[in-house]
Design a protein around this ligand. Structure first.
Ligand SMILES: NC(=O)c1ccc[n+]([C@@H]2O[C@H](COP(=O)([O-])OP(=O)(O)OC[C@H]3O[C@@H](n4cnc5c(N)ncnc54)[C@H](OP(=O)(O)O)[C@@H]3O)[C@@H](O)[C@H]2O)c1
Length: 265
């Protein structure tokens, strides 16, 4: 829905004059020192963990689709691929409350239509005996508390936006009902808790017109998913963008697979 609106706005702007057309086209090729200027005619998406993997592909595809994209990275100075896109790059460690507060302060007064809580970690443990509790706690810190604190800090920006959409990237491993193989302690719980957060947030913000959902990206060829995964980032992100584009307020509090299927909690 959001994307359709953006396209309609761009088409309407194009119809009234070449100046506007130049501005829209120019956004794709803006020199680096102009990157921080945002085009107020466009929808804005903020993506956490946008320097590599799924976050980078989200940033790439939304920028290509004409959105104002804010891509965050823990180390913006070494986010080479992200800096090469027509996006605004900002610093953010979702596990550090001071970093989150600094981002919110820098973005004070700016509207955000879509927040994508994408940053995450996956401790490579299987059985309970292998589980490192410090790693499990850190996984909860990043995968669960991270989206909670980023969403809270950016709520004023989301209230200013017309999209009012919070998408948190969960995992199929976060489904309690589908869990028949066990293992992956720490990670599964962090994503199940992220799902619960999203359900609570959806209820709390329903009357304010917010759309809060979780989407599983599938098993994807990133540093996390590994080269043997069955999906490319392009396939996964195209699928998730299609899901996001069709969301309406009635969908708040739902759990999706990247291909548009509904997942059981
Ligand atoms: N790939 C899959 O098969 C798969 C499957 C299910 C769910 N997911 C979920 O999809 C999301 C993206 O995964 P991915 O495959 O793209 O993983 P990835 O390739 O390992 O990338 C993870 C991203 O998260 C960032 N990150 C980690 N800790 C952070 C922190 N404390 N603050 C801010 N950013 C942080 C990383 O930044 P640095 O470069 O600074 O570390 C990186 O940008 C995650 O939430 C993951 O759980 C992935």
């Amino acid at each position: 829905m959001i994307e359709i609106e953006v396209r309609q706005i761009v088409l309407a702007v194009a119809a009234v004059g070449m100046v506007a057309v130049t501005a829209v086209a120019g956004a794709q090729t803006a020199p680096k020192d102009e990157k921080e200027a945002t085009d107020t005619n466009k929808k804005t998406v903020l993506i956490t963990g946008a320097n590599r993997g799924l976050g980078l592909e989200f940033a790439h595809q939304y920028a290509e689709a004409g959105w104002n994209v804010i891509g965050t990275a823990r180390k913006p100075e070494s986010a080479t691929e992200l800096n090469a896109l027509s996006v605004r790059v900002m610093k953010l460690d979702v596990a550090d409350p001071k970093s989150v507060a600094a981002l919110a302060s820098d973005l004070k007064g700016a509207s955000i239509d879509l927040l994508i809580n994408n940053a995450g970690i996956f401790p490579r443990v299987g059985s309970l005996e292998e589980t490192d509790f410090a790693a499990a706690l850190q996984t909860y810190e990043v995968n669960t508390l991270g989206p909670m604190r980023v969403t809270r800090a950016l709520l004023p920006n989301l209230r200013e936006g017309s999209g009012k959409t919070v998408v948190s990237i969960t995992s199929g491993l976060g489904s309690i009902e589908n869990n028949t193989s066990g293992r992956y302690y720490g990670y599964r719980e962090s994503k199940a808790a992220l799902n619960m957060f999203t359900k609570s947030l959806a209820s709390e913000l329903r009357d304010d017109g917010f759309i809060c959902v979780v989407i599983s990206p599938g098993w994807v060829q990133t540093d996390m998913g590994g080269p043997g995964a069955n999906l490319t980032p392009e396939e996964s992100i195209s699928g998730m963008r299609a899901v996001i584009s069709k969301l309406s307020p009635e969908d708040t509090g739902t759990y999706w697979n990247y291909n548009g299927d509904s997942l059981p909690w």
